[in-house]
Design a protein around this ligand. Structure first.
Ligand code: SF4
Length: 432
């Protein structure tokens, strides 16, 4: 009948996943199908991911967020990473990227796919080194592709593939000096592999084979930005734009095989460059959804990069980005713990929702209206229920209760909300 969601859409078939997404987005099934056919919306939904609650990413849809986790050589506690998975699911993130690079990666990945209604993404090149237990330069092109197939068979919904850093983009990168070189982990591995072996990037050279694997399982390709800027000094430079042009060409090739595509983006970037970058991506990549990793708008706030990236993410999404990768306060410093993860998720959710209001997404403003109404009515429980994070505001209030329970300890009996409500009802007030 059909191979991928894109194939189905182009044949005029409305899949179960399209129905779910249409309902969630308050759009017609026909509209969702049309956007998928054009490549402007994707539904990453691997045929082997049975617990998935499908979500769409792209134009006109709610901005989605992703959480990164996974076991690494320095932090390889399986159970701690699984408790992060549980927390991320509780907090209703739409996507989880498993960046595991050490130990029982397949066991972790399979367990994740089994329990997660959120879509699952991976970066197969991270896993390749640990899986083959070989030096990077000794891994063959075929072995890289075999890891892609393994992840696809395990039920991964989208994969970051750094196919845009080919020999030509690598040449341009070397000729146009940057302050922070390459900061993408997968990108740096691909660059190193090409330099050490003298060969073309296997994901670029054997791109058709990669697409065939992805189409077989209906895995969406997330075209990785190996040359994303790692400092605001390097943004919108020759390397970043050269790679983006290649990613645009690779997008069209993927669409020829009905593989759904999204494009990964910056990175670090000053606020004044963000809107133009969103236009550039949509233009050069033919309207494919944009997945931004930040952007972090200043480099001087380690420990607070959930804030620097939420500022950038909100501006990016308001200007067309569709999917935000969360950033935690631990960014640039260590593997995030459970608290870091929660802070990062909430910051990204705030950015995504703020952008959805600006984009005019159905239902976004109504949420704020309800909250403001509860605030006007001093209905504290309703405020907590409606909050992006119910836990923190509840704790704050309980830690400092006012004399008059309608109010809070900020202004007490001078509470502007309470007093104005009373005066408008013709009642008298006492502020002593
Ligand atoms: S006391 Fe002040 S801060 Fe608290 S609810 Fe009333 S107006 Fe708002």
């Amino acid at each position: 009948m059909y191979t991928t969601q894109m194939d189905a859409a182009r044949k005029g078939i409305i899949t179960d996943e399209m129905k779910i997404v249409a309902k969630k987005e308050r759009k017609s099934e026909q509209e969702i199908m049309g956007l998928i056919a054009e490549g402007k919306v994707i539904i990453p939904a691997n045929k082997n991911h049975k617990s998935l609650d499908a979500e769409g990413i792209g134009e006109g849809l709610r901005t989605k967020i992703n959480v990164n986790l996974g076991i690494s050589k320095d932090c390889c506690d399986f159970d701690i990473e699984m408790s992060k998975v549980k927390k991320a699911i509780e907090l209703k993130v739409e996507a989880i990227m498993d960046l595991s690079s050490y130990g029982k990666t397949q066991e972790f990945r399979r367990q994740l796919v089994n329990v997660s209604p959120a879509m699952i993404g991976t970066v197969p090149v991270y896993d390749a080194v640990g899986f083959y237990d070989k030096e990077l330069k000794d891994i063959t092109a075929k072995e890289f592709l075999d890891v892609v197939e393994k992840h696809a068979d395990d039920g991964v919904d989208f994969m970051t593939i750094h196919a845009g850093i080919n020999k030509e983009t690598a040449r341009r990168f070397k000729e146009n000096k940057r302050l922070t070189n390459i900061v993408s982990r997968g990108g740096s591995l691909m660059f190193a592999w090409m330099e050490l072996t003298g060969n073309e990037n296997p994901f670029y050279e054997y791109y058709n084979e990669v697409l065939e694997i992805l189409a077989k399982y209906d895995v969406a390709i997330s075209l990785g930005d190996a040359l994303r800027p790692g400092s605001i000094n390097d943004s919108t430079d020759a390397s970043q734009i050269e790679e983006l042009i290649v990613l645009g060409e690779l997008t069209k090739k993927a669409w020829e095989k009905n593989v759904q595509v999204m494009i990964e983006g910056p990175g670090h970037m000053a606020i004044n460059e963000i809107a133009a970058n969103m236009v550039l991506e949509k233009r050069l990549c033919h309207g494919a959804p944009f997945y931004v990793l930040g952007p972090i708008v200043t480099d001087v706030a380690p420990g607070y990069d959930h804030i620097t990236s939420a500022i950038g993410g909100a501006i990016a999404a308001a200007n067309g980005a569709d999917f935000l990768c969360y950033v935690t306060p631990a960014e640039h410093l260590r593997l995030p713990d459970l608290d870091d993860m929660k802070e990062g998720i909430i910051a990204s959710k705030i950015a995504a929702h703020a952008a959805d209001i600006a984009k005019g997404i159905k239902g976004a403003r109504e949420w704020d209206y309800e909250m403001s109404e509860a605030r006007k009515n001093l209905d504290w429980n309703k405020m907590f229920d409606l909050a992006i994070d119910s836990e923190k505001p509840r704790k704050y209030r309980e830690s400092s209760m006012p004399e008059d329970e309608d109010t809070c300890t900020m202004c007490g009996k001078m509470c502007a909300v309470r007093n104005t409500n009373k005066v408008l009802k013709g009642e008298s007030i006492s502020i002593l």
